[in-house]
Every structure is written in structure tokens, then in C-alpha cells.
Design a protein around this ligand. Structure first.
Ligand code: KG4
Ligand code: ZN
Length: 372
């Protein structure tokens, strides 16, 4: 079964053809990063306009580079939630039009579950094995930081999420503060490798550090706006220590007064604070729910320090670690097409009038059959 999948939930216009949930026949991604870079973050209306401009050729190219024609497509799948509403509206409208003109079924897919499936795309047989469950999935991207527990019956429960900035958003804002460019994650990741992660003390919110009690309902929630603010004040302190008055220094002057070595130390200290929290909370949940597999997925799962610290921690807990390959970490349509296959084989299609949603507090069940 060949599924044409479309993903436009954020700033990537993506289309892919995936066969039988595994074989990625094409994976086309048109990134809008350059368009949003000047604003230091994604502008939803601009994203939608760029999707409109590009979706036609991206979908066509996904079909032709898979050496297929539209008639060879069995099912159309599309990200329906969560995401930026104007951006989702473009992808779903296009997918509905295409499915209807080809007289093929359509499936609206949850973006979170798509990211989780992306981690398993090259080893999807694991999802059929009882020994894989429960699965703890940490979905970390520019829009989300969520911990999801998946049981062998396919039920997926949101254990917690960020109560303010997502981890990727914090990376992007930290990079903007340090005048490093957008998206910030890969740049901070690169600079952090050359810095001292213990140079500056930055907070690890909602972890109980410094004896601060964490409310039970926030046990698996995250907060990354504080670490970004702390970074802001650390920069001010560095400037003050050099004899300047941070109140009178213009923002564009600030970065000139901070040396490259200091920027690397700031990047390393910031990254350590974010990664510590992600790994600490994941380890706590892995123990509490006796998970057998721990997954990291989403754009921030490209982060080298997170990949290393997460896999080391899970290995020490005897938990099997599945980390999405970088090409399936950031937004792509292959993860959507792969997951959609499992709905399709159950005949679980969407009505053509299905809705989109910006948030998803409840995650739909995963459609896997545990057979081994
Ligand atoms: O999953 P994604 O492509 O889009 C969303 O669904 O948000 O994730 C993009 C995010 C951006 O915030 C970007 O800065 C972050 O992922 N990112 C990283 C790295 N590569 C991408 N963050 C930290 N380290 C990286 N190496
Ligand atoms: Zn995403």
C-alpha cells in the first residue's frame, strides 16, 4: 500500500510516499527557515503563504521522485493536529482536494504520534513486539516538549508537557539573545561543544533543585522560559563585570561586549541546563512506569548532547533507547505516511470534513498490533 503523506504543521512544506509503513520511496522537504530567520521565529501567516506557494511542487516531486503517478497512490495522509492553524489549514485543504479528486481515502494524523513513529520508521517491527512496551516518548521540538507513555494496547497518555516555552523555542530564543541566528538549536549545539558547561549556573526548573518542591501535577511538566531569562541576566552580569552599565548598553552592543569564548560557555551552560532537565524527568518517568523502551524525537532530538546523555542514562536503567535518525527528527512527511499505514490497514480512515486543531491535550491511540 502506497501512502502519499503531507506535513505542513509548522515551517516545513513536506510530502513523502511511504510503502507499507516502512519503505520511504520519497521524502521531499521545502524548508522556510530563511524566510522566518529575519524574525527569529516562525510567523504563522507567513508560514501559510509559503505552504501555499510550495505545496503543489513539493507533492508533485514526492510522487515523481518515487517514480509513481498520482494514480498509484492508495491513500492520502496529512498532519491534522497539533500545529499552527493557518499552516495546517493549507496542508489539509490540499490533501482533501487531492484525495477527493483521486477518489482515495484520507487519514488525518496526529503530529506527536508521527514524530514518535519517525523514531521507529527504520525498525517498525519493534512496535509489534510486546517486549517493547511500555514506551516512554519524549517529543522535543520548536513547538512541543511532551512526555508520552504508550502501552502495548496502543493507548497513549500525555504525562506532561511544557507549561511555557518548548525546548526548541528556548534554544531559538537563547540564540536570538546571543545574536547567533535562527534556528538556534543547531548553532548552540555546535558552539556548546567548545564551551565550558559549568561556567555559568542556570536554573533547572520543576526538578526540585535547591529543595524547591514540585507540585505533583507538574512532576512531568517542563518550564524553559526561566533558563532563557537567566541567560539574559547572565549576559548583563558579564557586561557589568567589564565596567559597563547594562541598562545603558544597546542590545546590539551587548553581543559585541561578550567574547566568543564567553558565548561558547553560555551556550554550553544553557545546553547543559536544558538537557539535564529533559534527561532527569525522562529517567524519573522511565522508572515510575517501568518502561522498556525510551524514545526521543522531534527537532531537538538532533541535539548531540541530548542524544548522548539520554542514551547513557537509559542504558544505566536497562531501558532500550530508540532515537530518531536526524532526518526523521525535524518535521517531515515520511513519519506521517509511515504511521498512517497502520490506520489504513485497520480501515480507520477520516471523514473528508475532519477538523484541524492547534493543540492536542489528549493523544489518540496508536494503531499497532502486538503480535509477538
Ligand atoms: O520538529 P521541528 O522541525 O519543528 C517543530 O515541530 O517545531 O523542530 C525544530 C526545532 C527548532 O526549535 C530547532 O532550533 C530545534 O528543533 N533543533 C535543535 C537542534 N536541531 C534542531 N535544538 C537543539 N539542538 C539541535 N541540534
Ligand atoms: Zn514537529
Amino acid at each position: 500500500m502506497k501512502i502519499l503523506a503531507i506535513e505542513t504543521s509548522c515551517d516545513e512544506t513536506a510530502a513523502s510516499v511511504v510503502e507499507n509503513g516502512k519503505a520511504v520511496l520519497s521524502n521531499v522537504i521545502s524548508s522556510q527557515i530563511a524566510k522566518h530567520a529575519q524574525y527569529g521565529g516562525v510567523i504563522p501567516e507567513l508560514a501559510a503563504r509559503e505552504h501555499i506557494k510550495n505545496i503543489d511542487w513539493v507533492v508533485e516531486s514526492a510522487i515523481t521522485s518515487a517514480e509513481l503517478t498520482q494514480q498509484d497512490i492508495d491513500v492520502v495522509a496529512v498532519t491534522s493536529h497539533p500545529g499552527l492553524m493557518p499552516a495546517l489549514a493549507v496542508g489539509t485543504a490540499f490533501a482533501k482536494g487531492l484525495a477527493s479528486s483521486l477518489d482515495k481515502p484520507i487519514i488525518g494524523v496526529n503530529h506527536f504520534l508521527g514524530h514518535i513513529y519517525g523514531a521507529f520508521l527504520e525498525q517498525s517491527e519493534l512496535l509489534n513486539q510486546a517486549t517493547t512496551y511500555p514506551i516512554l516518548a519524549l517529543v522535543v521540538s520548536g513547538g512541543h516538549t511532551s512526555m508520552v507513555l504508550v502501552e502495548a494496547d496502543g493507548s497513549a497518555k500525555l504525562l506532561g508537557q511544557s507549561i511555557d516555552d518548548a525546548a526548541g523555542e528556548a534554544y531559538d530564543k537563547a540564540a536570538k539573545l546571543l545574536n547567533l541566528g535562527y534556528p538556534g538549536g543547531p548553532i548552540v549545539d555546535r558552539l556548546a561543544k567548545e564551551g565550558n558547561e559549568n561556567a555559568y549556573v542556570l536554573p533547572r526548573a520543576l526538578t526540585g533543585e535547591n529543595g524547591k518542591a514540585v507540585k505533583p501535577e507538574l512532576k512531568y511538566c517542563f518550564s524553559f522560559s526561566g533558563v532563557k531569562t537567566a541567560l539574559f541576566y547572565t549576559v548583563k552580569k558579564i557586561i557589568k563585570a567589564k565596567g559597563y552599565d547594562p541598562e545603558t548598553v544597546a542590545p546590539e552592543e551587548e553581543t559585541r561586549l561578550v567574547t566568543d569564548a564567553e558565548v561558547k560557555d553560555l551556550a554550553a551552560s544553557f545546553q547543559k541546563a536544558v538537557v539535564d532537565v529533559l534527561v532527569m524527568k525522562s529517567a524519573k518517568a522511565a522508572k515510575e512506569f517501568n518502561v522498556k523502551t525510551a524514545v526521543i524525537c522531534g527537532g531537538v532530538a538532533c541535539n548531540s548532547a541530548l542524544r548522548q546523555a539520554f542514551s547513557e542514562k537509559m542504558a544505566s536503567l536497562n531501558v532500550n533507547c530508540v532515537i530518531a535518525p536526524p532526518k526523521y527528527c525535524t518535521d517531515n512527511a515520511a513519519m506521517i505516511g509511515g504511521l498512517a499505514y497502520h490506520y489504513a490497514t485497520k480501515g480507520d480512515f477520516s471523514d473528508l470534513n475532519f477538523d484541524i486543531a492547534s493543540r492536542a491535550s489528549k493523544i489518540p491511540n496508536l494503531p499497532f498490533e502486538v503480535t509477538e
